[in-house]
Design a protein around this ligand. Structure first.
Ligand SMILES: N[C@@H](CCC(=O)N[C@@H](CS)C(=O)NCC(=O)O)C(=O)O
Length: 213
């Protein structure tokens, strides 16, 4: 059975956990104590992921990192939520790259600094990060103004990648997308309506932590 190294605050792990639920792929969580520094430990990096990141998947003796690689692999294995041809494959990858370097990356950093960082965040840094989130979210919000899902009018791994952080509560994220990005909010509700949807805090292990700042 596939194992996913994860923790409940990790939207990057949630992308893969949710995909496995939607695809009906059996999996087991392996809790990573990220909030207490486990991924910065040399032993963890040497033994699990030299990139120092969660999620990590173990599958038949293989160790796979990067949620995009896992999502593409799962789509290939199950024949679900993946590309129907080469052009669509390029289109899915294009949005997943945008997700990884802008949409998720800036939002996740903003949320971490706002709610879970070791000290109160610097307002100037937060202002800059907020402008980066707004820019990336604005692009996706506009894209979703004329379609129900990111690519090809059906749920795909591009949606599963981009949705990693949008289900976390506004008080934790510092953004209320219902107010600020209504098309993203409506898309999120379409994903939430899928039969096997689960909240990240129910799907993955770990303690819920109240926002610190
Ligand atoms: N592109 C990676 C991003 C993974 C990532 O940034 N994970 C966070 C936890 S949610 C992490 O491990 N961060 C550690 C760090 O940035 O050093 C993926 O999609 O798997």
């Amino acid at each position: 059975m596939k194992k996913l190294h994860c923790f409940c605050q990790s939207g990057n792990a949630y992308k893969v956990a949710l995909a496995m639920e939607f695809m009906n792929v059996p999996w087991q969580p392996v809790f990573v104590d990220f909030m207490n520094g486990q991924t910065r430990d040399t032993a963890w990096r040497d033994g699990v992921n030299p990139m120092g990141e969660v999620p990590v998947m173990e599958d038949n003796g293989r160790v796979i990192t990067q949620s995009t690689v896992m999502l593409r692999m799962l789509a290939r294995e199950t024949g679900l939520f993946g590309a129907r041809d080469g052009d669509e494959d390029d289109e899915l990858l294009r949005w997943m790259l945008f997700d990884n370097h802008k949409f998720t990356a800036n939002f996740a950093t903003y949320r971490f600094m706002k709610s879970f960082g070791p000290s109160a965040p610097d307002p100037a840094v937060m202002k800059f990060m907020r402008s980066r989130v707004d820019a990336a979210y604005g692009i996706v919000n506009k894209h979703l103004s004329t379609r129900a899902f990111m690519v090809g009018e059906r749920l795909t791994i591009a949606d599963l990648s981009l949705c990693g952080y949008v289900f976390y509560p506004p008080e934790e994220c510092g953004f209320d997308i219902r107010e600020t990005h209504p098309n993203i909010f409506a898309w999120r509700e379409r994903i939430r309506a899928q039969p096997r949807w689960q909240d990240p805090y129910d799907l993955m292990p770990g303690e819920r932590i109240a926002p610190k700042w």
